[in-house]
Design a protein around this ligand. Sequence first.
Ligand code: NZQ
Ligand code: ZN
Length: 384
Amino acid sequence: MQNFIFYNPVKIYFGKGQIAALAGVLPKNSRILLTYGYGSIKKNGVYDQVMQALAGYDVSEFGGIEPNPSYETLMQAVGIVRDKKIDFILAIGGGSVIDGTKFISAAAHFKGEPWDILTKQAEFNEVVPFGCVLTLPAAGSEMNCGAVISRKSSRDKLVFGSPKIFPRFAILDPAVTFSLSPRQTANGIVDAFVHVLEQYLTYPVNAPLQDRFAEGILLTLIEEAPKVWRKGDDLDARANIMWCATMALNDLIGMGVPQDWTTHRLGHEVTACFGLDHGQSLAVLLPNVLQVRRVQKHEKLLQYAERIFGIKQGDEDVRIDAAITKTREFFASLDMKLHLRDYAIDETAIPVLLEQLQRHSLTGLGERGDIDLNESEKIYRASL
Ligand code: NZQ
Ligand code: ZN
């Protein structure tokens, strides 16, 4: 196992009815800004629950944070935070609203051009503290300190992170996820699944506990997915999916092990250029990353085949093929499309995507930093 430092200060309130806990969490004299998306929270009762819990507080609102939150939109919220001297932000939504809120928190007191936080990893000092009410289990943003922000005008989708942008708390009520569409439910399950694989399917470093954690999440997602897929109201299954998604990317399973974020990095470019949902991009790319990198990931692929899908028979290549096929079948069982052409993306996209990778200095990806543009091209071509 490699050396590591683990730090995660996010307080989790988990379970049905936990939104009511908000009343006791925030300092009474706070000037609070609620941030949210396009309005799902007003249809499914989450907004009402939050407002009830915040009765008596000074509350302002900023709605309209879009999926793949944009710098352009978020800077409007930064203006409100500055004008109204907001001292606490409450994000209510999925990864996009929470990530967007992380950026607002970092940008509000930033002295220079806040976009530098994304492009130059510019240091920021004072942040506006924030908490969140999670409505979509997927990104894991509720319990980590990273965020992904897009800029429409330049087709960028970039990552930043800092311990300063951990949420102060996260409220995880699985009942609020009953209203998710099948598409968003599936996107979330795939995202969590791929988060685990990006930290697990590398090469062995004798870290059996991390492996077992990862395998536990993968198996639970596979077992619970059919219970929520196109079904609204299985609270236990929704709770299990929600906790899986949080545990998949709160850094715990990735401690002391190599990581490979190739699928995510290549997927971000697909989203930035062609607008696929984050989960959609991952379902297309991940099986092809495994295929193209099967030599480098040989040992862990065999472990994945055996422990997740029970594949023990046949020679090693046959077992690895079978594991990749099973992975595709799992995604397909959630109606995820498996090819770029399913989204009307053809080979003319490849140079565009490679140029994006080059521009973003993503030319040494993978757990060993050896996925150059040639290798990325193979993955994109295999994904057509
Ligand atoms: O905008 P509203 O009306 O709220 O609708 C949202 C949105 O359209 C809807 N939704 C959310 N909760 C709902 C609901 N609809 C009905 N009932 C509910 N309870 O779902 C749609 C998608 O929401 P979004 O927040 O975009 O989805 P997700 O949680 O998948 O987040 C995706 C973003 O997270 C980033 C992605 O890149 C993408 O930008 N990621 C962030 C990570 C992180 N911070 O660590 C890691 C991830 O790999 C990921 O990259
Ligand atoms: Zn993801």
